[in-house]
Each structure stands twice: as structure tokens, then as C-alpha cells.
Design a protein around this ligand. Structure first.
Ligand code: CA
Length: 308
């Protein structure tokens, strides 16, 4: 009898354990929603229907995060892009009932999120920038200086013209160089330094230093970037980024210099990634041993651990 009871208890216990639902993955379950902000929408037209943050949104969601993708207009100043982003942030807050958001911006999107954090710091728990040209992108200055007045073919070595056109397309999504030049103004050294003069929070004051880790309301500031323009033979964009990297004197991701990317707490500024790898493009074709999606997941977990 005692053995029968013991067997019964054991069976019930085993069944209870077996019947428990699989524990949900909560690795990326941040307190506040994560808002992802894109760079130049040239990527949108380049990749068509593909996600800009390739595979990143779904991965963050699978770990419990609420994730929202935003879209801002092209050929505009960072302030204009930032205003459009702010409206979408307020929409996310209204829909979710959350008090704040965690902002993550790639490339120009990193400047846009700084704008939102500056004008509405009360709505922002954290700002993370990925491969963003806080101190300008050398290529933007080069192109602005050399593609003026329709002298594109005259002023650029013919050998590089086609490849540069590809880079311009990557940057602007537009085939007309003159329009691209307009879009690049915000990313030139002059454009970014004027922006930072108005919105300095988190940007290092020395040439390659570290920025403030927190803002006046306790917002956290973070950044990361890559320094390997060419990481995957099968990715056609790597060849363009390798070419554009030659416009830079220091280490860079093909479009943004290592020092220019530094903002707030620098998680790492030399990942084995190029500018597109940073958002897991194209189609996950990145360096073999570096997974950009994991870097986003780790950041979400970092925010979660910080109570954000
Ligand atoms: Ca790539």
C-alpha cells in the first residue's frame, strides 16, 4: 500500500513537472518598449520589402521585448527627421501605455534618436546609437566637395564612378547625385557639429573620448559600431563599402569612422562588422563569427538588467 502511494505521489510529481508550460524566453524583455530608428532610407529602396533591421525585430520580440519600427522622411535635416520620429514615439507610448521608450538608432537614425531624447527627455529611458556619425562621415564631406555643380564625372576618377554611384545609392536611395548631396548635408562634419552644438548630450567632447553615460533625467546612453568594411565575399554591398572605406584615414565601418561613432557608454567600437552588417544586412550575410542580432539581444538584456 505504502509503495502504491509512493508511486502515485511520484507519478503526480513527474506529471506536474512534465505538464508545466515551457518557460518563456524573457532575455530581451525590457520594461519599456524598444523603438528602432533607421538610417538613410536608401536601404528601404535597396532592400525593397526586406526588413531594414534584418531579423532583429523578430529576435528581440521572441525574447519578450515590445519592438516598434519607425520610418522618417529622407532628404531632410536631422531635426525634421527627429520631429517625425518623436510623433511615432508618442504614438507607441499611447498604444502601449508605457511611460518611456528605449531608442535604438542606426546610422543617421542615431542622430534622430538623440534629437528625440533632447527635446523630450521625459519620454526616453535610453538612447543607443549603432554606427552613427556623431562627428560626421568623411565620405559625406568628400562627396559634397566633389559632386557640386553637375561635375560628377569630371571631378571623380572615372574608374570609381560606377562604384561611387552604388555607394550614393546606398546612402540616399536616389540615382541623382545632386539629391544625394542634399541628403548628405546633415552627415557632413559641419552638419553634425552644428547639430551637436544644439544637442550635445552623450557626445564625447574630445576627438575619440567617451561621452556621458547618463543624461540629466537618468537616461542611459550607449553606442557600438564596427571597423571591418569587408566581411563577407558573398555580400555585394561589402565591395562598395570596402571602396568607400578608402575615403577614411582611420578605422571605419565603410561609412562611419570608429571615433565618430562613439557616444555615451561605448559597448564596443570595433566589431567585425561593416556599416550594413550592423543591421544584419544584406540578408544576414555578415562576418562568420560575429552575429549582429546577438549584439542587439545583448543590449536589450543590458537594458532589462538596468531596469529600463
Ligand atoms: Ca554584410
Amino acid at each position: 500500500m505504502r509503495n502504491a502511494v509512493r508511486t502515485l505521489v511520484l507519478t503526480v510529481a513527474v506529471l506536474a513537472i512534465w505538464a508545466q508550460p515551457a518557460r518563456a524566453d524573457t532575455y530581451t524583455q525590457t520594461k519599456y518598449p524598444i523603438v528602432l530608428a533607421h538610417g538613410m532610407a536608401g536601404f528601404d529602396s535597396l532592400f525593397g520589402v526586406l526588413d531594414y533591421f534584418y531579423g532583429i525585430e523578430s529576435s528581440l520580440k521572441s525574447g519578450g521585448a515590445k519592438v516598434y519600427i519607425t520610418h522618417v522622411p529622407q532628404f531632410n535635416s536631422t531635426e525634421a527627421r527627429g520631429e517625425a520620429l518623436l510623433a511615432q514615439v508618442q504614438d507607441v507610448l499611447a498604444r502601449t501605455g508605457a511611460a518611456k521608450v528605449n531608442l535604438i538608432g542606426h546610422s543617421h537614425g542615431g542622430l534622430d534618436v538623440r534629437y528625440v531624447a533632447a527635446v523630450r527627455p521625459d519620454l526616453v529611458a535610453s538612447v543607443t546609437t549603432v554606427g552613427s556619425p556623431h562627428k560626421g562621415a568623411d565620405l559625406a564631406d568628400y562627396l559634397r566637395n566633389h559632386l557640386q555643380g553637375g561635375s560628377f564625372t569630371e571631378s571623380v576618377l572615372a574608374y570609381f564612378a560606377n562604384s561611387l554611384g552604388t555607394v550614393l545609392g546606398l546612402l540616399s536611395g536616389h540615382t541623382q547625385p545632386q539629391d544625394a548631396i542634399g541628403a548628405l548635408a546633415a552627415l557632413s562634419k559641419t552638419g553634425t557639429s552644428a547639430f551637436t552644438a544644439k544637442f550635445p548630450a552623450g557626445v564625447p567632447t574630445t576627438s575619440c573620448g567617451s561621452g556621458a553615460a547618463t543624461g540629466t533625467l537618468g537616461q542611459r546612453y550607449y553606442s557600438w559600431s564596427g571597423t571591418d568594411p569587408f566581411t563577407n565575399l558573398l555580400d555585394a554591398s561589402d565591395y562598395a563599402l570596402k571602396l568607400s572605406s578608402f575615403f577614411y584615414s582611420g578605422s571605419n565601418d565603410g561609412l562611419v569612422g570608429r571615433c565618430s561613432s562613439r557616444f555615451g557608454t561605448v559597448i564596443r567600437d570595433d566589431y567585425d562588422m561593416n556599416h550594413l552588417d550592423e543591421v544584419n544586412q544584406v540578408l544576414g550575410l555578415t562576418a562568420f563569427f560575429t552575429n549582429p542580432v546577438s549584439v542587439f539581444r545583448n543590449q536589450a538584456n543590458r537594458l532589462k538588467t538596468a531596469g529600463l
